[in-house]
Design a protein around this ligand. Structure first.
Ligand code: FAD
Length: 320
């Protein structure tokens, strides 16, 4: 393939564009209970919860709903955080470690709730995830991981010895694996647009092309200055992720954007899909700067990693 044929726009919203009938509002209200800055998973999920409990909520999104990382990620959901649970327990203590772990389980439950109870169709497939050992020593580490999770969290993982790996993945490149049956894959863009609909259904008002420029304390409230006017809010939630700028000075030194890129193939023949992922698992490897990969719901291979931390990589140059 010639790199010039490469489409460098994000795959998921190309595949499932923002629905034209997404219920967005027009005119800013003069006051709300809660103003939420950012219309990705964080902002929309907070909006859903708050609106459901009766609060008046405005979600203020600079671009369009789901424009940020929420429509351009790997769509892999799993238990735990980037740093493994043993590391988190050691670093922050058992109580905090358990809280983090539980939060990751709750996040998975929330997705299931959105799918089963709120009718969000996001191609959620919970067939488990497989972490593959990049080096033989990593497989030894998997044995310790299994024992630790069983003992401290009562969470059951399953080892895949090197000679059984072919039943799990169509690649001879790895040295064994470990399966978490709770892992899942989904369509990120469908999730974010579905979540937006649910939040709106509960009464949250969604505003696109609305940049928040300043947030000022005014008495007991906040004055939120946007590109479309000013609104008062009892509370403000900043859900701007790696796009956080000088808006909230306290966040500037805490949120550090890093680049993360993925590449997606054309749809693969059914036999090849079955060979790559015979059990429909999602995958990642055991490197610190890990690679993650999976089949998309329409049978493409998605491959992602953190090979370059720049947020402004020239994708065409990189493809060459
Ligand atoms: C390539 C890639 C792959 C990933 N893969 C996975 C994965 O497989 N599994 C996983 O769990 N996570 C993955 N992630 C992480 C995941 O996508 C994010 O953690 C998640 O989407 C964050 O959601 P969010 O709502 O916090 O932020 P975002 O979705 O980024 O939303 C923030 C929004 O804030 C808006 N905004 C910023 N400033 C302002 C302002 N001043 N006024 C108004 N709006 C503003 C932005 O326009 C943006 O839309 C991946 C991320 C990337 C980039």
């Amino acid at each position: 393939m010639d790199y010039r044929d490469l489409n460098i726009t994000p795959f998921w919203p190309d595949h499932h564009p923002r629905p034209p009938d997404l219920p967005v509002a027009d005119e800013l209200p003069s006051a709300v209970d809660v103003a939420i800055i950012g219309g990705g998973y964080t902002g929309l999920s907070a909006a859903r919860t708050l609106a459901k409990s009766g609060a008046s909520v405005a979600v203020l999104e600079r671009e369009s709903i789901g424009w940020g990382a929420s429509s351009r990620n790997g769509g892999i959901t799993g238990c735990g955080l980037k740093a493994g649970a043993p590391t988190i327990f050691k670093r922050y203590g058992e109580a905090m470690g358990r809280t983090f772990w539980q939060a990751s389980l709750d996040a998975l439950d929330l997705i299931r709730e959105l799918v089963d109870e709120e009718g969000v169709d996001c191609d959620f497939q919970q067939n488990g995830d497989l972490c593959v050992a990049f080096k033989p020593s990593h497989y030894e580490g998997f044995k310790e991981r299994l024992a630790w999770h069983r003992k401290h969290l009562g969470h059951e993982l399953r080892l895949v010895p090197p000679d059984a790996l072919r039943e799990e993945i169509g690649s001879p490149a790895y040295f064994g694996g470990i399966v978490d049956p709770h892992g899942a894959g989904l369509h990120p863009a469908k999730l974010v647009f579905g979540l937006a609909r649910v939040a709106a259904r509960y009464g949250a008002q969604l505003y696109e092309h609305t940049t928040v420029r300043q947030v000022r304390r005014e008495g007991g409230d906040f004055e939120v200055h946007t590109s479309r006017g000013v609104l008062r809010a009892g509370e403000v939630i900043t859900a701007t992720n790696g796009y956080t700028d000088a808006l909230v000075p306290g966040l500037r030194s805490r949120v550090i954007p890093v680049g993360s890129y993925s590449i997606v193939t054309a749809p693969l023949p059914p036999e090849l899909r079955a060979e790559i992922s015979p059990r429909g698992r999602v995958f990642w490897d055991s490197k610190w700067f890990l690679n993650y990969f999976r089949l998309t719901p329409d049978g493409r291979m998605l491959w992602g990693g953190r090979n370059n931390l720049s947020t402004s990589l020239d994708l065409e140059v990189s493809a060459r």
